[in-house]
Design a protein around this ligand. Structure first.
Ligand SMILES: Nc1ncnc2c1ncn2[C@@H]1O[C@H](COP(=O)(O)OP(=O)(O)OP(=O)(O)O)[C@@H](O)[C@H]1O
Ligand code: SF4
Ligand SMILES: [Mg+2]
Length: 338
């Protein structure tokens, strides 16, 4: 659990990201702000294309070259000793400090994280030599220990193998071992378990949470799956077309969602306690980022949209409960319709 009195481990303020494309500038992230404390798991949910991965990659400066960051965007990492202004890091050696050092990322497709022509062990050792003061022998021992910790049997033999020789679940575990081996301050897990079957998924999530608790790191956990968020996260942020529509402690957000979009996501979930209950998907499709709706970005799909208002005025972000924020005119006392 996070320590509320501490400085946030990472602060994201007014993050806006556009991409230069042949069709013009496309907005992927629009004025997003959130903090993550040490020991805290922040879940980031939203439908496909909502900007979750682009937000996560910004924290490690991993977005493609055509990304343009808004001038008021700020990402600050607190190392304990000092603060790092991530978006101002220009030199490759400064960027390496955050990539795989202070921050590690687990990707949806583990194959993408391993170089095909290098053994898993060599890659783990290489990363440790880059980010720690370990000798090669220590790095080797630590890597084998980490592979053991994530439940890979015969770790010293597996250490010498290539990622393609591992099963899907084992590769995912090896990636978690590699991501955690440098003891990053922040772990970004981008859909880390979607490719796995549910039993392995549950195991991998448990394992990640145990290690995070032990190392007291923060986690940004990205998923489509609100069920997984309910079990893993301390806080949740709900994203739609690059905007955060609702953020707050996980229980109130899931039990008493305030934003029509969050309610829509929850109503669309299958209910195991009532198999006859009809599924109610959110009507309509996500608009193309090239045709971002004005006003409230959700108004084209919102059954409660107020004609003449929601399509023209962007709703203010309102704190409905301590630390529970919502961007909807229906929750805004100043909007006159609480
Ligand atoms: N390099 C790029 N150039 C142009 N557009 C991009 C680029 N990278 C991402 N985008 C766009 O940014 C938007 C957000 O993408 P992002 O990958 O963050 O979505 P996501 O929420 O992670 O979706 P998913 O759940 O499918 O992973 C999308 O419209 C995507 O096409
Ligand atoms: S601001 Fe309007 S359109 Fe947006 S979620 Fe609220 S009611 Fe719906
Ligand atoms: Mg993604």
């Amino acid at each position: 659990m996070p320590d509320a009195n501490q400085q946030p481990l990472i602060s994201v303020e007014n993050l806006s990201i556009q991409f230069r494309t042949s069709e013009g500038l496309v907005t992927a992230v629009d004025n997003v702000s959130f903090d993550i404390q040490a020991g805290e798991v922040l879940g980031l949910v939203g439908e496909s294309g909502s900007g979750k991965s682009v937000t996560a990659k910004a924290l490690m400066l991993l977005n493609a070259e055509n990304a343009v960051y808004g001038e008021h965007s700020r990402i600050t990492v607190n190392t304990g000793a000092d603060t790092i202004d991530v978006l101002s890091l220009q030199r490759p050696q400064d960027r390496m400090q955050i990539r795989g050092g202070l921050i590690s990322m687990i990707f949806q497709e583990p194959m993408a994280s391993f170089a095909p022509a290098m053994s898993v062990g060599s890659q783990m050792v290489e990363q440790l030599l880059l980010h720690t003061t370990m000798t090669k022998a220590e790095a080797r021992e630590h890597s084998i220990d980490m592979l053991n910790r994530v439940g890979i049997s015969d770790a010293s033999k597996r250490f010498k193998q290539y990622a393609f020789e591992f099963s899907g679940g084992m590769r995912q575990r090896a990636m978690i071992a590699m991501a955690l081996s440098t003891k990053p301050r922040l772990l970004i897990a981008d859909e880390p378990t979607t490719a796995l079957d549910v039993t392995i998924q549950a195991h991998v999530i448990d394992l990640m949470l145990d290690l995070v608790e032990e190392f007291k790191m923060g986690i940004l956990f990205i998923t489509h799956d609100l069920g997984v968020i309910a079990q893993t996260a301390d806080r949740v942020a709900v994203m739609y077309l690059g905007n955060l529509l609702e953020t707050g402690p996980v229980r109130p957000v899931i039990r008493t969602p305030s934003h029509p979009y969050t309610r829509g996501l929850l109503n669309a979930l299958p209910r195991l306690d009532d198999l006859d209950a009809p599924l109610t998907p959110i009507p309509g499709d996500i608009p193309s980022p090239l045709e971002r709706p004005g006003g409230c970005v959700f108004h084209t799909r919102c059954s409660q949209a107020i004609a003449g208002q929601c399509n023209s005025v962007a709703p203010a972000v309102v704190e409905v409960q301590p630390d529970h924020r919502v961007a909807c005119v229906l929750r805004d006392p100043a909007g006159g319709r609480v």
